[in-house]
Write a protein that binds this ligand. Structure first.
Ligand code: SF4
Length: 290
């Protein structure tokens, strides 16, 4: 069995940076260290960091003192202000690309644009970006959510960094008919685009594809959905123990890809498992053949 591992699989720049900052903080600082929500959307990495006494908390009300590390996809402006008001130490590991989206929204607001953030309402990154704007600002995951939008004087658009370009294009084209002035910032992150297009090509080529990453990770879920559209034998797992050898029955080419928040060691474990399944099967086939 041939196993093709996506070249881009695994940690992106922003996640690597956040994890390094967290580890450095654990090495240097004494006292309590917290993250506001999980630092990245991967439960296994969050558990590892807990061994270094970096503890995720759901809200600021749960944090009485010490240091707060800001996760890679950022927090809201109000939360930042609360951290300062509480006198907590803050290590800002917000990815610079997410920071840029926050700054663009603030700029568009100052310049009086009606703003559309293309993304998922409940995603913390989107909530954070939204908090930097005021006035006429809304979130839309698709054009269906903009159906009854009236004409606007001028519209500014930014996107959640993990959105699919196709989605952004649809919304941009819809908004062209809703205003005479449209300003678009393509804030979709390159790391996401590269992972998506590479996985898309692999899904066309193989008999089965395994997507490794947190079930709570938006970019991993989107990767899995995209692969499934082309290859019905797409399986999304967090860890190797979730794999079922039967998934690879009759498959001669298998691909492994992973979201931007998946560490190499989890990918390696999945690859080793599939390799072992293939070797066992090939050995059996060789014995059976005359
Ligand atoms: S996917 Fe892009 S925006 Fe998100 S953390 Fe990684 S580098 Fe930053």
């Amino acid at each position: 069995m041939e196993i093709l591992v996506a070249k881009s699989a695994g940690f992106c720049f922003g996640v690597k940076r956040a994890i390094n900052m967290a580890q450095e903080c654990a090495n240097k600082r004494k006292g309590e260290i917290h993250t506001l929500g999980p630092i990245i959307h991967n439960p296994q990495v969050v558990k590892e960091l807990e061994h270094s006494h970096i503890i995720p908390k759901r809200g600021l009300e749960e944090i009485g003192g010490g240091t707060v590390i800001i996760r890679s996809h950022g927090i809201t402006l109000q939360e930042t202000e609360m951290i300062q008001d509480k006198g907590l130490e803050m290590i800002d590991a917000t990815c610079p690309f997410v920071k840029k989206s926050q700054e663009i929204v603030a700029l568009l607001s100052r310049e009086g644009y009606s703003i559309i953030v293309v993304g998922e309402k409940e995603h913390p990154e989107v909530k954070g970006i939204l908090s930097y704007g005021d006035g006429d600002i809304m979130i839309a995951a698709s054009i269906d959510e903009l159906k009854d939008m009236p004409m606007k004087k001028k519209i500014g658009i930014v996107a959640q960094t993990t959105q699919q370009i196709k989605n952004l294009k649809e919304i941009v084209s819809y908004c062209l008919e809703k205003t005479t002035e449209l300003r678009v910032f393509n804030t979709i992150c390159n790391a996401t685009t590269i992972r998506q297009s590479e996985s898309y090509e692999l899904a066309k080529e193989v008999d089965c594809i395994v997507v490794v990453g947190g079930k709570n990770s938006a970019n991993t879920n989107r990767l899995a959905d995209m692969c499934r559209e082309i290859q019905p034998r797409t399986y999304h797992v967090e860890v190797a123990s979730e794999l079922d050898p039967a998934w690879f029955d009759g498959a001669s080419k298998v691909s492994v890809t992973a979201g931007a928040s998946t560490p190499d060691w989890l990918i390696d474990e999945v690859v080793s498992f599939i390799k072992a399944v293939g070797e066992k099967r090939d050995k059996y086939v060789n014995v059976k053949q005359p």
